[in-house]
Design a protein around this ligand. Sequence first.
Ligand SMILES: Nc1nc2c(ncn2[C@@H]2O[C@H](COP(=O)(O)OP(=O)(O)OP(=O)(O)O)[C@@H](O)[C@H]2O)c(=O)[nH]1
Ligand SMILES: [Mg+2]
Length: 413
Amino acid sequence: MAASKQKLAVIISPTYNERPNVKKLVPIVAKVIKNISDWDIKLLFVDDSSPDGTAEEIKQLQKKYSFVELLVNKKKMGLGGAYLAGMNKAFNQMGAQVVFEMDADLSHDPKILASFLRAIDAGADLVLGSRYIKGGSIPANWGFYRKFLSVVGNLTASVILGSTAVRDWTTGYRAIRKEVYDKIHPELLSERFSGYTFQIGFLHKSLRAGYKVVEVPFHFVDRTVGVSKLGPEYIINTLLYIVGVRLKELFNHRITKFAIVGGIGFVVNLTFYHLFRWLSLWTSLSSWLKLAGQNGWFSNLLSDEGLAVALSAEVAILSNYLWNNIWTFKDRQIFGFINHAKKFLQFNFGSLGSVVIQYLTMQISVLTFGVFTLLKVWSIDITSDNLYLIIGVLLGMVWNFTIYSRLIWRKNK
Ligand SMILES: Nc1nc2c(ncn2[C@@H]2O[C@H](COP(=O)(O)OP(=O)(O)OP(=O)(O)O)[C@@H](O)[C@H]2O)c(=O)[nH]1
Ligand SMILES: [Mg+2]
């Protein structure tokens, strides 16, 4: 091999009972890498002490092929565990800039390694061998069930994860730059993953981190020797994983937090209203102020209900302010007494805006469309003012969120 080559790419191939396949794979890879001139390429097998003696076979191959490396794990680590161990060795001990993920069962044609490297040289951070773009395919001989699983599995991943950036989420043929590995693998270590969740998780986190992901087409070839490790638990695990990831993301979204805080505010409002009503605040206060018995305008200004509703609304506003400050807008948190006083006053005026919006929505709708029965549920009339109320509340929420994010918790420039 020419000494001028500098860049190193390591093909990582995890093996579990792949003895006949590694014997076939190594000579094919040898031929392919001979024709790649600007990258040094090594092939690292990560074997989990396969009972069929795959590791012994690889050791035999190493005598003839100097580009073959072997890492043996004492126990079965699963695909993700094997890849992480392999990546650690490739990047941190062998000095690779790029690693490939490649199955050992000849499903991933080594002939297209060069097209991955071209994409890397053109600036990609992560390259996927894709079966679902033009020029790629899944095996024609796959039964309906396997085809269905693969196609529907990929569509489901796209829909649930809310990303159309990638067509082949579960592909196990990939090239990954060191920077991506350095950033993503610590996050993966803290997760439990199995089978495809490792691949989907790695890809999803890379996309979220803004890395450039490029797909190159390839024809997936069905394994001819050995047994598949694909079981029904893979499907369940994958589905649970993507739903979990998405829910976590949605829950961490500012709008969701804002809505939850609003919901808490509603409960606080209701609870305190009943508490203050129960305390008969106005009756006690007016007798203490010796207003009882007087029929002046002042004593009629408020009632127990009136005072309770005003005070509980204020408690709810305070609760909303505090929760939004420590949770929804945690990254723009307000500190200091003076700041709090100023911002809380603004917050109160802002909240008043939402009341005005709800009032106007109701008033204008009633005057324009009137109140009529929308539908009947178990002989109960659902009237149109309920709809106006919902629209008003939603508009009020838009108003509040705008005021909060543009004024109260404004982004620091
Ligand atoms: N080291 C290691 N390798 C594994 C493990 N599970 C699977 N592999 C290897 O990972 C690669 C992909 O596994 P496959 O069983 O081929 O999975 P698949 O490609 O989804 O399914 P089939 O091609 O139908 O078998 C193969 O090279 C396996 O030998 C494991 O627990 N440890
Ligand atoms: Mg396979």
